[in-house]
Design a protein around this ligand. Structure first.
Ligand code: B4P
Length: 185
């Protein structure tokens, strides 16, 4: 059976910058992820996203401006089993609001788009960040259905991804390369 999890790509505006919240899990390979978790029986996707965000980051619905039309669905396999993860874009209204971690996470960071893409090592997650950041001003997205269909934006996303992730074509090794970063994470 397909596992289903839901959460939010949370951003804040601070000192003229947009930063994204990523949290590092305290188990397994200690990967970085936005707040999210498994859908409990009888829960809607949005209820799950809100419950998990409250549990994992200490942020409630009243702390967020949720962009219900800006939604990403990621499909991947965990231990050979299919998993679907749904993320909505949400803005943290008070950028200074403290994050309260649960035992499931050991650290959190507010990261620029470029840093978030470097830390979220999976391409579909990186695409979600790029898509959220590059469809224009975050305010304009509120009334539009952006990013729902990846196929329509895939080329644009790929270009934007390469631009922001600082990927370039190296003719010597004949493949695309990451520029080196030191994000000190
Ligand atoms: N290894 C472990 N050891 C001990 N307890 C564990 C555990 N894994 C899970 N748990 C328990 O499960 C609970 C988590 O439940 P929830 O909190 O309800 O669910 P989740 O965020 O979806 O969990 P998870 O971290 O497993 O999911 P993700 O898809 O990011 O990550 C799952 C895998 O998919 C990979 N992944 C993440 N995003 C991906 C993507 N976009 N594409 C491909 N793979 C991806 C990750 O690297 C990771 O390997 C924790 O409380 C913990 O107790």
């Amino acid at each position: 059976m397909t596992k289903r999890a839901c959460g939010f790509v949370i951003f804040r505006r601070i000192r003229g910058m947009i930063e994204y919240l990523l949290m590092q899990v305290s188990y397994g390979e200690h990967h970085w992820t936005p707040p999210k978790g498994h859908v409990d029986p009888g829960e809607s996707d949005m209820e799950t996203a809100l419950r998990e965000t409250e549990e994992e980051a200490g942020l409630s619905a009243s702390d967020l401006n949720i962009f219900e039309n800006v939604k990403h669905e990621l499909n991947y396999h965990v231990n050979g089993k299919p998993k679907v993860v749904v993320y909505w874009l949400a803005e943290l209204l008070d950028p200074e609001k403290p994050i309260r971690l649960s035992h499931e996470h050991q650290a959190f960071k507010w990261l620029s788009l470029e840093e978030a893409c470097a830390v979220a090592k999976y391409q579909d997650m990186q695409n979600a960040y790029i898509c959220d950041a590059n469809v224009g001003d975050h305010d304009k997205m509120k009334n539009n259905n952006y990013c729902l269909d990846y196929t329509n934006v895939s080329l644009y996303v790929e270009y934007a991804y390469e631009l922001f992730a600082n990927i370039y074509y190296d003719p010597f090794v004949k493949r695309k390369m990451f520029r080196k970063h030191n994000f000190n994470l």
